[in-house]
Write a new protein. Structure first.
Lengths: 781, 155
């Protein structure tokens, strides 16, 4: 197979610029006459803003200082939440306003209070220190579980409740539990995480008073969506007058999906001052005010018959929204969470109640996995605990309850319909790769050294490729979730592929070029991929939820098909044959049963130099397609972690890690493996190292830097063993499912299951720090 | 304002800077060498690693004035005559980067490691990278790339 085709580990073309310092990230861009913005943030978790005195702050280099009152005077709107969740009483969720600059109260440490704009960043930062804000400090609550009795954040949300939502039939779940031979119960916390893409968020906004057009360079995963939110909901700018460019973006993991205060304020201020305004967050600001992830407090019960067959699952969760609703916060602990609670199992009845609550913390929204890691964690933990209580092998208990290949399409009791899968295949492959049979001998060898060894499983499923617009619309989404693509031939046969998907590490410039080269039978080198610019690319929805290939790639295939259809007409004319007799294969249009043929390059040239051309056909070879998925895709697999613990120090060493995933068909296996590695690292981070902690008294973020928030480093992690099984997705043209989030979803329960197995305890909250592990090891002595 | 002079990627440069200017700010803002990145404000992430007189340093933790008279090499100065340094080539070959933001610091740090340890073990590579944070790759392919680069350079 030639280089550039599907299935080849083609080396990334992006790498040349990144490896030589030629990447072009937002902060690398400068505009003539630009000013620097700095945001004064609330030092209090909850405080009424009585007055803001900026008189001492004005001075050398300071151009303007804006507050919430200035934005209110200009009728700047609230940052919206784009998904309406309907509560158990049929009411929409409570949606208190979220102004880019606080107007009456500050509601978390890091909330935006004033914007200082100066001729240098240092001058802006210095001036911010001279602003005097008179705060009336109020009692605050950062504890998710204690929301009900806490001080009220918003008058619009009594009891700090955003919504109380239910999925499932309460009577049916009671009946399922009534018939159970055994019920396993577990209380667990899904710890709050701070995403920490390595490139801090940044924005540069420029206004052209001659044309009335704005340009925003921003670290966004979805520039069109950002444009839509800013134009339609916040700033009242026609979409034709705002161009959003997301150039090279240094990681996202969800945190760069959302519309934030800073870029909004920069766009607004750029017109007010008629000067470009730039802002680059520092890491401390990222800790304080980038949307955080997870933060669930959950009680779960699993009902089984005497043989361990699952009869029912009941889940009660309190999910933190933070102080305000971020762009898609509401859908994460509902439609991306409760709908995944069947996992890989045939559990017939599932009931889930979610209370989403406001706390004096940074907003919480989608972070790698978004709802699915939370669902997988509780499910794979309770299955593990159930196996221990039932004295069954945890792998065999899983196997006993797996949905079987003969059962697809499989309607789960939580709305989703799985199209395909083979869970036993991935479990068996993982068991073989880790040598499960050899585990008792390895455990004995560890014991002989005074070490504790444990093994832990995670058989996960996720719903990716979000999602059929009609389905998400019926569930409250404010947008459609299709994707667009444009395949544009030039006369010389080169092709520009304009995709609505955005790459911020995923390697789309390589993968999508492989895809188009394959579809059109043209050299890989002739294909260039363009992304991240609303000025060049048709309306699009962007990258999140592992959707780029499943949805964005499908749109590309559809555009390629249109190119081929038109090409057949051109070729038929050139070959003096009927269109119906033209076959397209390997880049050539051939009259069936003959050797008469035209290449794609010849057809493209003819389309632009149409001297001999069908009279009723438009010139040009430039096709746009939109693809709305027919279903979610369902990547699934089994990860197995094996750990060795030193009981004297509490240090957990990951002795082995096996991941066997089913992502459907794969375009570039090298890139897919890289995605799996990175996902696992973030999952291990959650389970072993990372934890966002707010001080319970003051509401201060105590893990506000890399000195306090424990990021996974190279010496915390092992090398991973990665394998694939394949069942092709049945409802998209490539048979692909998506691979970006799997590791982060699968890893945390695998690791906690392994650690608790080693320690002989039923549960341990994440992160399983050395201190916690040491205490458990000492208690067991 | 004081004037600082140094040799950056073989070129002699001189600029007036505020005393508080960090080396990374000098490189990025004065010289437009934007390959050196800033990923944190506590000298932890290593996105800003450059070579100062041949040794890797975090350029966010060095004042421009402290580099006066020194020889500085940034990621832009590593490839010679359009030919990638073996460490750069190995990162590409083994998919040791995704978003690319930590990459310049990772590469500069790895080059320094291989200057004084020509055949590091996996454990030594991982320990050396303690001061460089990557959020994308899980380090698996970074470690693999550095291991292969060491073998390539040793052969």
């Amino acid at each position: 197979m030639p280089d550039g085709n599907i299935g080849q580990p083609v080396k990334r073309r992006e790498d040349q610029r990144f490896l030589t310092g030629k990447g072009r990230y937002t902060d690398d861009i400068h505009r003539q006459g630009e000013l620097h913005a700095y945001f004064l943030r609330s030092p209090h978790a909850h405080a009424a803003i009585k007055s803001i005195d900026t008189s001492a702050a004005k001075g050398e280099g300071v151009v303007a200082i804006f507050t919430g009152a200035d934005m209110a005077a200009d009728k700047v709107g609230s940052l919206p939440c784009g998904w309406t969740v309907t509560d158990r009483n049929g009411q929409p969720h409570k949606a208190p306003p979220h102004f880019p600059l606080a107007r009456d109260k500050a509601r978390y440490v890091g909330d935006h209070v004033a914007m200082v704009i100066a001729t240098s960043y240092a001058a802006a930062k210095d001036a911010a220190e001279r602003i005097e804000v008179d705060y009336d400090v109020l009692p605050a609550n950062t504890n998710t579980a204690k929301f009900a009795k806490a001080p009220e954040l918003h008058a619009e949300a009594p009891g700090n409740l955003c919504y109380d939502w239910v999925l499932g039939d309460e009577a049916a779940i009671k009946q399922a539990f009534a018939g159970a031979a055994h019920v396993t119960k577990l209380d667990l916390v899904n710890n709050r995480l701070i995403p920490n893409a390595m490139e801090p968020r940044a924005a540069i906004a420029e206004y052209d008073s001659g044309t009335g057009e704005y340009t925003l360079w921003s670290t966004s995963q979805n520039p069109h969506l950002l444009r839509l939110i800013l134009c339609a909901f916040v700033l009242g700018i026609p979409e034709t007058k705002l161009r959003v460019i997301a150039p090279d973006v240094g990681g996202g993991f969800g945190s760069k999906i959302f519309a934030y205060a800073e870029e909004t304020a920069c766009v607004w201020a750029s017109k007010k001052l008629d000067r470009p305004v730039r802002w680059t967050g520092d890491r401390s600001e990222a800790f304080l005010a980038d949307a955080h992830g997870r933060d669930h407090v959950t009680h779960v019960e699993l009902a089984m018959d005497k043989d361990g067959k699952f009869l029912g699952l009941k889940v009660d969760t309190v999910a933190a929204m933070g102080a305000y609703l971020s762009s898609f916060a509401t859908c994460v602990p509902t439609y991306l969470y409760a709908t995944l609670l069947a996992g890989q199992y045939t559990t017939p009845v599932i009931y889930c109640n979610v209370k989403a609550v406001f706390t004096n913390t940074a907003p919480v929204d989608a972070y790698r996995g978004a709802g699915r890691p939370e669902a997988t964690y509780l499910l794979e933990r309770i299955v593990e605990v159930a196996a221990r209580e039932m004295k069954m092998d945890p792998a065999e208990l899983r196997r006993k309850n797996f949905i079987q290949p003969s059962q697809y399409p499989y309607q789960t009791p939580v709305a989703l319909v799985y199209d395909t899968g083979n869970y036993e295949a991935s479990l068996d492959a993982a068991l073989a790769m880790i040598d499960y049979k050899g585990f008792p001998a390895r455990k004995a060898a560890s014991k002989a050294k005074g070490k504790l060894r444990g093994i832990g499983f995670s058989s996960y499923i996720e719903a990716c490729g979000i999602a059929p617009s009609a389905v998400v619309g019926s569930l409250g989404a404010g947008v459609g979730l299709w994707e667009s693509a444009q395949v544009r031939f030039n006369a010389t046969g080169t092709v520009s592929v304009l995709t609505g998907s955005h790459a911020h590490g995923q390697g789309h410039e390589t993968t999508f070029a492989q895809l188009v080269a394959d579809q059109l039978g043209i050299p890989y080198e002739n294909v260039d991929v363009v992304h991240g610019d609303t000025g060049r690319i048709p309306m699009a929805m962007g990258t999140y939820g592992s959707r780029s290939l499943a949805v964005g790639g499908s749109a590309i295939v559809r555009a390629c098909n249109k190119v081929i259809e038109k090409g057949k007409k051109i070729a038929a004319h050139l070959l003096e044959a009927s269109v119906d007799d033209i076959e397209f294969k390997n880049g050539a249009f051939t009259v069936a049963g003959t050797d008469k043929s035209k290449t794609m390059a010849e057809v493209a040239f003819t389309a632009y130099v149409p001297h001999k051309y069908p009279a009723d056909l438009e010139p040009g070879l430039d096709e746009t397609a939109f693809y709305d998925p027919l279903n979610f895709t369902y990547p699934a697999g089994t990860h197995i972690a094996e750990v060795e613990i030193d009981p004297d120090t509490g240090v957990t060493t990951i002795a082995d890690w096996v991941a066997v995933d089913d992502f459907g068909n794969v375009i570039n296996p090298m890139i897919v493996e890289g995605q799996v590695h990175g996902g696992i690292a973030q999952g291990i981070g959650q389970a072993l190292l990372e934890n966002c902690v707010y001080d319970q008294e003051s509401g201060q973020l105590t893990t506000g830097s890399y000195m306090d928030y424990c990021m996974p480093r190279a010496d915390d992690l092992p090398s991973f063993k990665v394998g694939l099984t394949t069942t092709a997705c049945t409802h998209n043209p490539l048979g692909v499912k998506g691979c970006g989030e799997a590791g982060a979803i699968a890893a945390p329960p695998a690791l906690i299951n392994a650690i608790t197995d080693a320690l002989g305890v039923m549960h341990m909250e994440m992160p399983a720090s050395s201190e916690k592990v040491w205490r458990a090891a000492q208690a067991a002595k | 304002m004081p004037t600082v002079s140094m040799t950056v990627n073989g070129q002699q440069v001189s600029r007036e800077v505020e005393g508080r200017t960090l080396l990374v700010q000098f490189l990025r803002d004065q010289l437009n060498l934007t390959g050196t990145h800033v990923g944190c404000d506590t000298s932890q992430c290593g996105a800003c690693v450059v070579h100062l007189d041949g040794k890797s340093v975090k350029s966010c933790t060095v004042l421009a004035a402290q580099a006066n008279g020194a020889k500085v090499t940034t990621i832009e100065g590593l490839a010679k005559n359009g030919e990638l340094h073996p460490v750069q080539a190995a990162f590409k070959e083994h998919h040791g980067l995704q978003c690319g933001f930590c990459t310049p610091g990772m590469v500069m740090s790895a080059v320094d490691l291989l200057q004084h340890n020509k055949s590091p073990t996996e454990h030594e590579i991982r320990e050396w990278l303690e001061g460089n944070i990557c959020r994308c790759t899980g380090y698996h392919n970074i470690v693999k790339a550095i291991d292969h680069a060491a073998k390539q350079m040793g052969s």
